[in-house]
Design a protein around this ligand. Structure first.
Ligand code: NAP
Length: 240
């Protein structure tokens, strides 16, 4: 009998994370959804995730605590779907937030995973356009986070989606929504005119499509080192 797979999902409360938890659970994976311990909506997340058959974990973002949790769970997959945004942090603090959260918490999780669950695959949600030497604090932090994943010795899947948005996005992000609606409409026109390749590469994706692609690729991955971009992240919608 094949053993049940186990997944730990950091960033479970995010737009993408919620779909990843739901799809993993629907596919019979044992899921531990991580929620930060000081979350103001902890009970709401418990109701949602436990209702889907997942467990909720509220380990503090501290190295020793995270090492212990991952040792106790023994996951096959660790998803890192976290990151701050200018909508969450005040703009003046956002650049520091990218370094401390997008890079700092990813490094903390990847190091804890390498030490306590070295056989797990680390699935890191990065972003399209991440490269070394960028002038943007966001891209610099994400490149450093990717480098920490690559240097960890863990098997990994780094996903670099373009804009992630859809009508089901709860959080108010007026600029991203406008960009998503405008570019979504634009790319539908491009696709209608035969530009499927351009559409596949750059049109926004919603969390259901991205979550489905992330879960499928993570469960099916056989190579140790995988970096995937939009054409490979644009899958048919999961039935779950
Ligand atoms: N949105 C896009 O268009 C886009 C495009 C490409 C790549 N990405 C990257 O993909 C990642 C996921 O995107 P998304 O849209 O699903 O993100 P999201 O909805 O903003 O969710 C972000 C997640 O990170 C957690 N988080 C934020 N600050 C934290 C902190 N200080 N401590 C602990 N946890 C914290 C949030 O937890 P709480 O709910 O507790 O705050 C949430 O679970 C992002 O980090 C982003 O950089 C995004």
């Amino acid at each position: 009998m094949t053993q049940k797979r186990k997944a730990f999902v950091a960033g479970a409360t995010g737009y993408t994370g919620q779909q990843v938890v739901r799809i993993l659970a629907a596919q019979g994976v044992e899921v531990v959804a991580h929620v930060r311990p000081d979350s103001a909506s902890l009970q709401r997340w418990r109701d949602q995730f436990e209702g889907q058959g997942a467990q909720v974990d509220t380990t503090a973002w501290e190295p020793a605590a995270m090492r212990q949790t991952l040792a106790d769970i023994g996951p096959d997959l660790v998803f890192c779907l976290i990151g701050t945004t200018r909508a969450r942090d005040r703009q003046s603090e956002a650049d520091a937030g990218y370094e401390a959260i997008d890079f700092g918490l990813t490094r903390l999780l990847v190091e804890a995973c390498a030490e306590s669950a070295p056989a797990a695959r680390f699935v890191y949600l990065s972003a399209l356009g991440v490269r070394p030497g960028s002038r943007s604090a966001y891209y610099r932090a994400r490149w450093k986070a990717e480098e920490a994943v690559r240097a960890s010795g863990l098997a990994y899947l780094i996903a670099r989606p373009g804009l992630i948005t859809g009508p089901d996005r709860e959080e108010s992000r007026p600029l991203e929504r406008v960009a998503g609606v405008v570019s979504g409409a634009l790319f539908k026109g491009v696709r209608a005119l035969g530009g499927k390749t351009l559409y596949d590469a750059y049109a926004p994706t919603d969390a259901q499509e991205l979550g489905g692609a992330l879960v499928r690729r993570a469960l099916e991955a056989s190579e140790d080192a995988l970096v995937v971009e939009p054409p490979q992240l644009r899958q048919e919608r999961p039935q779950a």
